[in-house]
Design a protein around this ligand. Structure first.
Ligand code: ZN
Length: 67
């Protein structure tokens, strides 16, 4: 989970913008787990990226915690 996933999940960032941001994030990632996460997202289709990001939206996280 990262800030970018949350931005996409809340529709504050477009998928096309996220893909652009990913290139930068991959080059500047400091932790190996962050790099792995960004690389995984970069391989996804636009639809896949959006679905993946939605898992991290605060709405869904809250729902998971309540159930
Ligand atoms: Zn993320």
């Amino acid at each position: 989970m990262c800030l970018m996933c949350i931005e996409v999940a809340q529709n504050r960032m477009k998928i096309s913008e996220a893909k652009q941001a990913l290139k930068e994030l991959i080059m500047t990632a400091e932790r190996p787990e962050d790099l792995a996460h960004y690389q995984e997202l970069a391989k996804m289709s636009d639809e896949g990226l959006k679905k993946s990001a939605e898992k991290y939206s605060p709405k869904n996280i809250k729902k998971t915690n309540l159930s």
